[in-house]
Design a protein around this ligand. Structure first.
Ligand SMILES: Cc1cc2nc3c(=O)[nH]c(=O)nc-3n(C[C@H](O)[C@H](O)[C@H](O)COP(=O)(O)OP(=O)(O)OC[C@H]3O[C@@H](n4cnc5c(N)ncnc54)[C@H](O)[C@@H]3O)c2cc1C
Length: 638
């Protein structure tokens, strides 16, 4: 071994950067090995961070001490709230980052982080040794680089994204590579298969890029950036270097769809050139025209990729049609009639590893100390990757430091939902997070991610003092504001004020401001305005406090009910299943149930209950078996 580390991260994409920063910041000697240091944190598809559910994931990564939101705040060109019409549980931010500045800023952070060594090279194989006695299980001992060097480490995190045997398609033109302008990763797939991992083949796609100077902006609708809070909890307000940009909306039409339908046989996907399975929730424009044939229009958004460059990303038109067909369908879209295409869209297919081969810490069941995170696990999305990366990085560090692992439960976070879905249900197509996947989404809000997760990040040793103090100050300010509202009253003498704000007058005695805030017709601003008329010198609290107080107060009943549901489900979660359980000794399990339990090896009865196809009878049999073991003293149930 030319050099040894505690943790080695393979790949510097969104998963790899979070994993490496987490491990290094927790005090582990960490190497991050990647093919091209110029492409650290690259955004190969849209320039957007956030959006429904993805914004929740990004903020949770931030709350744990991660980098994606900090880096977005530094480099954003546009930001808006999304999901505002559906209430606080789903609303979040969607920002566009400058595609040149984002990787530069992320690379600067990697290169200035203590304990972290960036290495520009390909990793071609893992170094694995038996964990003693020459038999299973095995453990990872390092990696072998393409230049022949071997690096030793106690843990390895593979975050190779779309690169494992990556093959790009544009019509019938095939190019080997993980993404536009880059090579691919060979060797690792075969290595993982030789270790016994089950691999699959997925695909994702991206859209054409067009020249901003050839768009007719009178024919498209602008969406201005809004006055939003920052993505990162570390920042109190956004300070963009210049006025934020809009994005623009237009739409496809029947002519667009006819061009696409007439050329479907030329699309790599529909022409049978691609083996990989595509993302159900991120369909190509071909998929939309075929699946939603009844629709004669689909929305298209134009997003500026950098502050000053000409390139616009055409959101909603991911495609693997030939370049000339792409020009034809683009020029049928209102506002794009004379557009010139800078770069065609393309699809990329790549090897992935089925994630039901991982534990809830993202450590592989087959090889100790080996973690996988990001698109390699069958997800799609920068935010999904970053979420897995930080959990893998934390757990690799905890393993090296011989400390208990961090397992995020579904009721704690979207990250908990993501990882539980991946390792319990597996994937059949690229998994992207949706708010509907979280059964406790009213608890897992965009605004309270720090309250839920920063204490966990602090306990792991990842959250630095500045973030911890910021969260504690906000938590105290929220509690103080609820007290201030509860202890401040309006009386019938103030009825003129109340009626003036469209709410019913007080008939007898007094009402607290907190009770006023519960009234559907009053929001924070109106309660502050009433308070200002009643209490001399009343000052509203800062936005990040006011927002949380308003939601907590207005949704108190719903939040309490979800809390009860969490407690009910926690009982099943608390029945732990020992890692060494022998399912062949559990009598009366159905054949299918036994096979699934042996493959997934759930950590708790709750997780077992979420395995698709496992019957309630199997859960009952398993519970009785665990109880019998507990009573015989073999098992301490949590
Ligand atoms: C064509 C295309 C379309 C996409 N569409 C979308 C979309 O619409 N929305 C969205 O959110 N996401 C989209 N993505 C996916 C998005 O890029 C990924 O989800 C995200 O980047 C995954 O992050 P990751 O860290 O898992 O992998 P990546 O960001 O792909 O990073 C992988 C890293 O590993 C490195 N690497 C690979 N193999 C090796 C090796 N053997 N040795 C050393 N280093 C290695 C690479 O250099 C790279 O730095 C798309 C990606 C592509 C390429």
């Amino acid at each position: 071994m030319t050099s040894t580390f505690d943790v080695i991260v393979v790949g510097a994409g969104h998963a790899g950067c979070e994993a490496a920063l987490a491990s290094a910041r927790m005090g582990c000697r960490t190497a991050i090995v990647t093919l091209d240091m110029e492409r650290v944190g690259h955004l190969p598809c849209n320039c957007s961070i956030g959006g429904p559910a993805k914004g929740h994931l990004a903020r949770e990564v931030d709350a744990l001490g991660g980098e994606i939101c900090v880096n977005t705040d530094k480099t954003l060109t546009h930001i808006r709230f999304v999901g505002t019409g559906k209430g606080p549980a789903v609303q979040t931010l969607r920002a566009h980052a400058d595609k040149t500045l984002y990787p530069i800023a992320m690379r600067a952070t990697l290169e200035s982080t203590a304990n972290l060594t960036p290495i520009e090279c390909g990793v071609e194989a893992l170094v694995v040794e038996s964990a003693g006695s020459g038999q299973e299980p095995r453990r990872v001992a390092g990696v072998r680089l393409c230049d022949g060097r071997e690096l030793g480490s106690g843990a390895v995190i593979i975050t190779t994204g779309t690169f494992l045997n990556g093959l790009m398609h544009c019509g019938d033109v095939k190019t080997e590579g993980g993404r536009h302008g880059e090579g691919r990763s060979e060797g690792l797939s075969a290595d993982l298969a030789a270790l016994g991992f089950r691999l699959g083949r997925f695909k994702t796609g991206t859209t054409p890029r067009i020249d901003r100077g050839t768009v007719d902006f009178d024919a498209v609708t602008p969406f201005e950036s809004e006055d939003c809070p920052p993505f990162s909890f570390l920042n109190e307000r956004l300070e963009p270097p210049r006025p934020l940009l809009p994005c623009w909306q237009t739409h496809t039409n029947v002519t667009t769809h006819a061009v696409i339908r007439d050329n479907l046989h030329l699309s790599a996907m529909y022409g049978g050139h691609i083996r990989g399975i595509g993302p159900r929730y991120c369909p190509s424009i071909e998929d939309k025209v075929v699946r939603f044939a009844e629709k004669d229009s689909h929305p298209v958004f134009l997003e500026q990729e950098t502050w000053d460059g000409p390139s616009l990303y055409v959101q909603g038109m991911s495609t693997s049609l030939p370049a000339e067909v792409q020009v034809a369908f683009l020029q049928s879209v209102p506002g794009l009639e004379h557009v010139s295409m800078l770069r065609p869209g393309y699809a990329v297919e790549y090897d992935m590893v089925f994630p039901d081969q991982l534990n809830r810490t993202l450590e592989a069941k087959l090889v100790g100390g080996l973690f996988l995170a990001g698109q390699i696990n069958g997800t799609s999305g920068y935010e999904e990757a970053a979420a897995q990366g930080i959990v893998a990085g934390i757990n690799a560090a905890l393993r090296v430091q011989a400390r208990p692992p961090l397992v995020l439960k579904r009721q704690s976070s979207y990250i908990g939902v993501l990882i539980d879905d991946l390792v319990t249900k597996g994937v059949s197509d690229p998994y992207r997070m949706l708010t509907s996947r979280a059964e406790y989404r009213l608890l897992l809000r965009h605004d309270n991610a720090d309250m839920r997760l920063t204490p966990l990040g602090r306990e792991a040793g990842l959250v630095a003092d500045a973030r911890w103090e910021t969260m504690c100050a906000r938590r105290e300010a929220i509690a103080a504001e609820k007290t201030r509202l509860a202890d401040t009253f309006v009386h019938s003498r103030d009825n003129e004020l109340l009626v003036g704000h469209g709410t019913s007058p007080i008939t007898d005695g007094k009402v607290s401001l907190l009770a006023l805030l519960r009234r559907p017709e009053l929001d924070r601003e109106s309660v502050d305005s009433i308070a200002g008329g009643v209490v001399p010198g009343w000052e509203p609290v800062r936005r990040s406090v006011a927002e949380q107080v308003e939601i907590d107060v207005k949704y108190e009943g719903y939040i309490c009910r979800q809390g009860v549901q969490v407690e009910q489900s926690a009982q099943m979660e608390s029945v732990e299943i020992p890692a060494d359980i022998d399912y062949s000794a559990v009598r009366s399990l159905s054949y299918e149930g036994r096979e699934k339990l042996m493959r997934i090896r759930p950590g708790s009865l709750g997780q077992a209950g979420r395995i698709p196809g496992l019957r309630p009878g199997d859960i009952q049999v398993l519970y009785i078996h665990l109880e019998q073991r507990r009573r015989s003293g073999l098992l301490q149930v949590g």
